[in-house]
Design a protein around this ligand. Structure first.
Ligand SMILES: NC(=O)c1ccc[n+]([C@@H]2O[C@H](COP(=O)([O-])OP(=O)(O)OC[C@H]3O[C@@H](n4cnc5c(N)ncnc54)[C@H](O)[C@@H]3O)[C@@H](O)[C@H]2O)c1
Length: 280
């Protein structure tokens, strides 16, 4: 198969993709995702509260794929705005094949007894409620089409405890349960719903990474980049994942596999004394 045919078999050529949070104003997962979809032949609607960031993503897309991007400014927590935007996207493109909800993040970072109620609510809202509002709006459209792919974004914070705070961890854990319920309800209408579970993600920054105590226990040796998350999202929205639904896919370079660094791990395994004494 030629490279062109391989890319074509992903089935994204001509697909209409909406990326909510596609401005990628923070660490850029939204922007990297929107650009990758466009490179694979999709038309991409970039939705974001930050119109400058969204416009910049669209500019980058149109530089590599002419007229592939369009921009909508919206607050993903405003259900009326979401409905109105969906209506406008449908008027322009007639259908929406892929819905990627990237909006999220955390405000504040405190011990449980110090989390103000309004900060708790904010973190639940921006991470969980926004995903609910968007999914509730896109579901009937995809049901009518009898076709669709939805990808939500959780976090490694959901898998254990999080230094980003209990509110963020809980919201990201709830995303996984919500995604499964959505996958069940959508599945009978040929809609796949999955989530990625990113580990720490940023552009390469060797200096910052050296100071990060988590890196020595990352088996694959580096943190993920926005493009790594984008590839997983695109896979879950492509024809290659046709039989995958209800899955939370960890994209964390193996960070959650262990809580020791390699040297410590080896020191526990190499000595025959350790084996005899069952030292652990
Ligand atoms: N970067 C990481 O290390 C990391 C790790 C785990 C999970 N995540 C998750 O990945 C997702 C993307 O994170 P990122 O840091 O790469 O951000 P990003 O760069 O993709 O930016 C997110 C975008 O969402 C937009 N946004 C925020 N509130 C909005 C609203 N109310 N309505 C519409 N748009 C809104 C922002 O303007 C921004 O452009 C988030 O859900 C985050 O929680 C990130």
């Amino acid at each position: 198969m030629s490279n062109y045919e391989v890319a074509g078999s992903l089935g994204l050529q001509g697909k209409i993709v909406a990326v909510v949070g596609g401005g990628g104003a923070n660490n850029g997962i939204g922007r990297a995702t929107a650009i990758l979809f466009a490179k694979l032949g999709a038309k991409v609607a970039v939705l974001d509260i930050n119109s400058e960031a969204a416009a910049e993503t669209a500019r980058l897309i149109n530089a590599v794929a002419e007229n592939a991007a369009s921009v909508w400014q919206l607050d993903a927590l405003n259900a009326d705005q979401v409905d109105k935007t969906l209506k406008e996207i449908l008027e322009k493109y007639k259908r929406i094949d892929v819905w990627v909800h990237i909006v999220g993040g955390h405000k504040g970072r405190t011990l449980i007894e110090e989390i103000p109620l309004d900060v708790w609510k904010l973190n639940i809202e921006i991470n969980l409620t926004s995903a609910f509002i968007g999914s509730r709006a896109i579901l009937p459209i995809m049901k009518r089409q009898r076709n669709g792919k939805i990808v939500l974004v959780s976090s490694f914070a959901a898998r254990s405890i999080s230094v980003s705070g209990a509110d963020y961890a809980v919201a990201k854990a709830a995303i996984i349960t919500f995604m499964k319920q959505l996958a069940y309800e959508g599945g009978f209408f040929n809609i796949n719903v999955n989530a990625i579970v990113p580990g720490p993600t940023h552009e390469p920054n060797p200096e910052k990474d050296r100071r990060d105590g988590r890196l020595p226990r990352v088996p694959l040796g580096r943190f993920a980049r926005p493009e790594d998350q984008a590839k997983a999202i695109v896979f879950l929205a492509s024809a290659w994942s046709e039989m995958i639904t209800g899955v939370a896919l960890d994209v964390d370079a193996g960070m959650q596999l262990g809580f020791v660094d390699w040297e410590t791990y080896l020191s526990k395994h190499q000595s025959p004394t350790n084996i005899r004494e069952g030292n652990h």
